[in-house]
Ligand binder design. Structure first.
Ligand code: FO1
Length: 365
């Protein structure tokens, strides 16, 4: 994401926020949300289920996508890797007879070399990410891996093969139908759990609900820590009009395939339903596009408060979220009709029967 293209916005005063993120979806929202929330208020907890060891180097695609976006280095056309990168090393590897289905850019390669050196010298992935974030200019945003351990996602395909996530997603363009998604198991990173314990709001970002958000929530202690945050939002990764974040062609196909494998539909209400069934009570508000307003009642039936905004505009999403964080828990939405389209402008504290406003109460768990 080009930092210069983001208009300056007035920061609002609220507590600390945690964004759970995959690659492109989180990278699309994180820089703008960070500006809206103000310096030091955002921690991004990033999926590590896509990570792989490549020619002896640790590659963390989602962490790097988020760091590059925050530092203004992301190739936004591709949705991953560094802008202006070349692929000479990958071509040289192919010439040596090595598999070349996973293309690592030459500038990107430097990130994997430095990270791998940190890990080899005994530093944790959290420490390596902090150092890389400083070097890449990720600013006042704390970026932490969901786990310090390698816990790769495995997929069982309909043809019976078990493959790693990248083998399916990149190697086979997400085309083979998926039978089972098996998130890696392991402890959540302590920095991620500490950020959640200190947060007043958490956002399940507009990322893949299974292989980005689901893999984070599968780590030991993570879902419980998310459930203890007072305000818990999810942002739809899909809109009726166009795919919001993520320019990668097979991104939407992957989401459809993976939701299908768990019996869910690739629509805002389908994804809200996925969260409601898998993690009952975890998400209390679900953000979807105003053009999908017809699905808001279905979201409400699932026990979540639907929040309508312009989902294709990260600034609208970020300012909507910040306004709701500032209003606090236990408030009710105010809808403004705009050309017949309802939009949530704010939560108001609930009114007592006698007309007085009640103190905000905690959301139902
Ligand atoms: N995506 C591709 O479609 N093809 C690639 O060759 C590829 C290489 C790659 C190398 C480093 C990296 O950080 C990301 C890379 N990606 C590639 C993107 C990545 O596979 C996915 O976008 C994420 O894992 C899904 O969030």
């Amino acid at each position: 994401m080009d930092r210069a293209s983001v208009a300056p916005v007035r920061a609002v005063t609220i507590g600390r926020t945690v964004l759970l993120s995959g690659g492109s979806g989180g990278a699309w929202l994180a820089p703008v949300l960070a500006r809206v929330l103000g310096p030091g208020n955002l921690t991004v907890v990033v999926n590590v289920g896509d990570d792989l060891d490549w020619h002896g180097l640790r590659v963390c695609p989602d962490l790097d996508t988020v760091l590059y976006a925050l530092g203004g280095h992301l190739d936004t056309g591709r949705g991953w890797g560094r802008s202006g990168d070349t692929f000479v090393a990958t071509a040289a590897l192919a010439a040596l007879g090595e598999a070349s289905w996973f293309g690592v850019g030459d500038r990107d390669l430097a990130t994997h070399l430095v990270r791998s050196e940190h890990l080899a010298s005994g530093r944790s992935l959290t420490e390596a990410t902090e150092a890389l974030g400083r070097q890449l200019g990720a600013g006042a945003v704390t970026v932490v891996p969901a786990s310090d351990q390698l816990c790769p996602t495995r997929l069982e395909l309909e043809d019976g093969r078990w493959v790693g996530f990248q083998e399916w997603y990149v190697g086979e363009r997400a085309e083979p139908a998926v039978r089972t998604v098996a998130p890696g198991q392991g402890p959540a990173a302590s920095a991620a759990l500490e950020a959640l314990a200190a947060a007043s709001a958490v956002v399940l970002g507009p990322s893949n609900p299974l292989t980005s958000i689901g893999t984070i929530l599968a780590l030991d202690g993570m879902a419980e820590a998310v459930g203890r945050v007072p305000l818990r939002f999810a942002v739809s990764p899909v809109a009726a009009t166009a795919p919001p974040p993520g320019a990668v062609a097979h991104h939407a196909l992957a989401r459809r395939q993976l939701l299908g494998a768990s019996g869910d539909v690739d629509s805002p209400a389908g994804i809200a339903g996925h969260y409601a069934r898998r993690y009952p009570g975890l998400v209390d508000s679900f953000v979807l596009d105003i053009q999908d307003a017809a699905q808001a009642p279905d979201v409400e039936c699932l026990g979540m408060r639907p929040v309508l905004t312009r989902l294709l505009d990260p600034l609208q999403v970020a300012t909507t979220l910040a306004g709701l964080f500032a209003a606090g828990p236990g408030a009710v939405p105010v809808h403004h009709g705009q050309g017949g389209i309802p939009m949530v402008a704010a939560w108001l504290p609930r009114r007592e029967k006698g007309g007085a406003r009640s103190a905000p109460s905690g959301p139902a768990r």
